[in-house]
Design a protein around this ligand. Structure first.
Ligand code: CO
Length: 208
């Protein structure tokens, strides 16, 4: 990759934008008012805005390895806090993807150094759903199901935060669990029943 090409691409992109709207960047600099917080994987094949057909200014984005929401991760927690309390987003999406190497790595017995504590969070998801996952013979199907269950559990982690609990009650903020299928390009809504999950977990996790 020639880095000069990147700057050339940028110049062409600016030209393209200004061709249709001469105030494009002037308007962009006025501020942001996104309605969605998207939490996805850092995987280079899984974009945020592009796969949703969204434009700059429309989605607040956080990406990390395997779209995790660990409650001790200052970065993820700050993003959620800022998006909910300051940007006042009404939707939080956790989007995983099939063929996630982070999820695959977590299923293997290997010492991955610094990645161990990060991927441990996925092993914890596996332990929670061990019976269901171990009943799946096909390795690929099992791995895909873990991707889906990991999305579900990260959505639950979102719901465990005080600001989200408050916003869910006060302005009906909604949490969504999605999976991007790299193989077909399709975005799949897992249609997770959060009301049911909330009822089950609130006894323990209610903060506000
Ligand atoms: Co991934």
């Amino acid at each position: 990759m020639k880095f000069e090409q990147i700057f050339q691409n940028n110049r062409e992109w600016i030209e393209e934008k200004l061709k249709t709207d001469s105030d494009y960047f002037k308007n962009l600099s006025k501020g942001q008012n996104p309605d969605i917080l998207y939490i996805g994987c850092s995987d280079s094949r899984v974009t945020a805005e592009e796969l949703m057909g969204m434009k700059p200014g429309e989605v607040f984005v956080h990406r990390n390895i395997a779209n995790m929401v660990p409650n001790t991760d200052l970065s993820a927690m700050s993003v959620i806090n800022y998006a909910v309390n300051h940007l006042k987003v009404n939707h939080i999406v956790v989007c995983g993807h099939y063929y996630c190497t982070g999820v695959k790595a977590a299923m293997q017995s290997a010492d991955l150094g610094l990645l161990n504590p990060w991927l441990r969070n996925i092993r914890d998801v596996y332990r929670l759903y061990k019976d269901e996952l171990n009943a799946i013979d096909d390795e690929e199907a099992k791995y895909n199901r873990l991707v889906e269950l990991n999305v579900q559990e990260q959505c639950v982690n979102v719901l465990k935060t005080a600001e989200v609990q408050k916003a869910c009650r006060e302005r009906r903020l909604t949490v969504h669990g999605w999976v991007f299928d790299i193989h077909s390009g399709k975005l799949i809504d897992l249609k997770i029943d959060f009301d049911k999950i909330l009822n089950e977990i609130m006894e323990i996790y209610r903060i506000v």
